[in-house]
Design a protein around this ligand. Sequence first.
Ligand code: ZN
Length: 573
Amino acid sequence: MLDLFPGTQLGIGPALLEDPRYGFFYDLIAPRILSDEDLPVIEKRMREIAKRNLAYRREDITKSEALRIFAEREEPLKCELVEDKGGEVVSVYYIDGSPFIDFCLGPHVPNTNRLKAFKLLTLSGAYWMGDSERTQMQRIYGTAFATQEELDAWVKQREEAERRDHRRLGKELDLFSIQEQYGQGLIFWHPKGGAIRKEMEDYLRGELVRRGYGMVYTPHIAKRELWQVSGHEENYADSMFSPTEIEETEFRLKPMNCPFHIGIYKSAQHSYRDLPLRFAELGTCYRAELSGTLHGLMRTRGFTQDDAHIFCTPETVKGEIMDCVDFAYEVLRTFGFEKFKVELSVKGGDTSKGYLGSDEDWARAESALTDALNERGIPFERMEGEAAFYGPKIDIKVEDAIGRLWQLTTVQFDFNLPERFELEYIGEDNKAHRPVMVHRALFGSVERFFGVLVEHYAGAFPLWLAPVQVAVLPITDRVNDYARTIANELRAAGMRVEANVRSEKIGAKIRDAQLQKIPFMLVLGDREMEEGKVAVRERSRGDIGVMSLAEFREMARRLVESRALVNTDESGV
Ligand code: ZN
């Protein structure tokens, strides 16, 4: 930039280790507004400089010397940074043989020819120091890797991620929308997205009941005092919507479901014989996320957790944790995930985090979680100091179809809420004891899980989840009635069907069904009608043959009931 646009003022240029979309950016003020066409030109100059094999040279100089150098170079932004961040001695980096000097802690590569695989990605606006009152800057995003192969693989994955972007597919497949006039971060599930959500929920509810959970339903708001007792006012107020008042009582929208399930627990006396109690709810929560952090279905202001709270005795908690882990694996595999990364977040040595509970409690909780994972033979990474202040937790991340990791399931111990709400059960000794509480969510948020599924499948859902499972496509108007009859029979058998009786060429109808990623198409002509048959197309395999409606229905039923991930029947159809 200094070479190509003399007079450019440099701001900051950090690495973005946390953001997989980019590798780094540089904020600067150029003599003119940059456009996308400038990026290849800048990149070309970067390559030339890299090839010249110029050495990076670090110098430690006094703060006043650094201020003098940057003032002389008319770099007021760097002066401000040195003033703000520099100590008595500051480090600056030179590139010998170039006009570049930077104020930086380092380290840097020793010379420019180490920079082999990099790419500039995009431009955006930024404010100096992130302050909208301050100077407007231009931001150049880029990324860099050690080798060209790694860069190529990353670029390919990025293109693939764009092709799968749930916001784009959500629109193309008419699954959901977010509407500014109703509010940012709020999700509208359209009928097709709703059909998928219903399948997700039906499956989950069935499993919950089978595994001894009680389904509960709780309000979306509660008196402000409740959030004071729970500690949310104290620790979580920034993420909560402001209170609203009726008859001089203040209420707040719930950011979590936990206190409500506790309310159900507290509504009766419990003996150790009643435990464990497992309360599950598809609980809709609201969080006051800042607009800049919202991202499609992945980060919203209103979302539904597949939440559950387990109240049990310390003796049974390990078994409960194992059941949660088993449950999570079964659910995640059912939705087509095969690779997992498990993390166990524990307390660590830092006492400033205000951990609650005694060391003994923590040791017991950690060993319950560790033993549960070990007994299941699940490899995990111990994350020292990553536990919540109220207890240790297991997080399960899944790898999607293009190798990205998503944090979905969490299983958390809690010492805090049973204490705050003074939960009790009567033990075998006839005395009152405090139960252990486990929070767990498998999908995490239904919205986010759905977003991950859309991207994982690139919108081509397996039959059991597909919003439209079968497209009935008559070749001529003469067979429209036959098509309607077929569609009705399949609907009566519980399938989601669309009959396309528009006056279009069959090629156009098939193309349309393919674009909608409908798993099966039944192509009907005069011959199929006369013989009472259907010609079946599968979206990725094309024609798979002519069969009776009963045969097709039976094949589809088997695929749906087994929640098959590909539309290939065991029988080879
Ligand atoms: Zn909870």
